[in-house]
Design a protein around this ligand. Sequence first.
Ligand code: NAD
Length: 330
Amino acid sequence: MQTSKRVKAGVIGVGHLGQHHVKHFATLPTADLIGVYDINHNQAQAIAQRFNTNAYNNIEELLAACSAVTIVTPTDQHAAVAEICISAGKHVFIEKPITKTIAEADLLLKLAKQNNTIIQVGHIERLNPALLALKNYPLKPKFIEVQRLAPYTERGTDVPVVLDLMIHDIDIILSLVNSSVKSIRANGLSIMTKSVDIANARLRFENDSVANLTSSRIAQNKVRKLKLFQRDMYVTIDFLLGLTEVYRAIDADANDPLALVTAPLEQNGQHRKIAYEKPTVKKIDALRLELANFIDSIQGKATPIVDGAAGRDALEVAINIQENIIKNIQ
Ligand code: NAD
């Protein structure tokens, strides 16, 4: 059922990322920002003051006043906090990864079904405008190469790099390759923490496509790049620069003003040339779009871009990669 009633929303965990959730709920026309809760009450008060809202002393009081919350606590707290919220009948947006373990994710999915509530997961890169720019291209990847590197920060180190950074790319790849994972080969290293800080994984899918992922949280500079190869098409995405480029092999006599290489080339006996395209990448705030999608889904006007089941699927692949790495290290 659709409703245009503004959704009463709160934020649990208002650290580095949570404060941006608060900022958007304060200004989204479809939401009413009710307040925030954080175990660090001083932090909750500072953020509440900045956005002219309430800092609650406990989760229960915040939940009593809301119909939806976003959970932006460290990952190891997601399951415990979400269980309280869903059991109270509230819709939840959980930052990625959905939880730390599959058993926790399964419990949340079961509870959400029983309570008829929405779970959305914050795999924000699905809304990266550089990826959205490809929406009119027929994507059937045979091979994907992706790199996500970041300088070291303590935030996120409560989980291995696979669950913190690589999971963004796992979710993107699962959304691009319409097939399930057949086999995984992975390797990794611990450098700064006791868990894995650098990881590489090769995924082979049932449809024989392949993805090669590298993630590091101890790099000098940030890199977030994806290359996708398929029959007659090669795509590169720079998620940081917001740059998407497409190269397509087209018939040599096709009248395409974008053709970069006009000299005909031979491909399987056919005369071809390469067309280069730079699809428009819109300037949008992916977090705002994600939270607006959550509210629209509660109002019955949309469905979550990344629902709880998709969040669980990405987590399952991530955990399999992590287990594969641990086996190799041992
Ligand atoms: P952070 O440490 O800066 O903030 C976490 C906040 O949660 C802190 O203020 C802490 O006091 C509070 N907190 C801890 N346990 C709590 C509990 N049980 N109840 C209420 N509050 C609690 O962390 P962050 O960098 O903002 O990350 C938070 C989450 O967001 C993590 O799951 C992380 O993976 C995710 N994240 C996602 C992205 C993305 O690109 N989507 C980027 C950064 C972080």
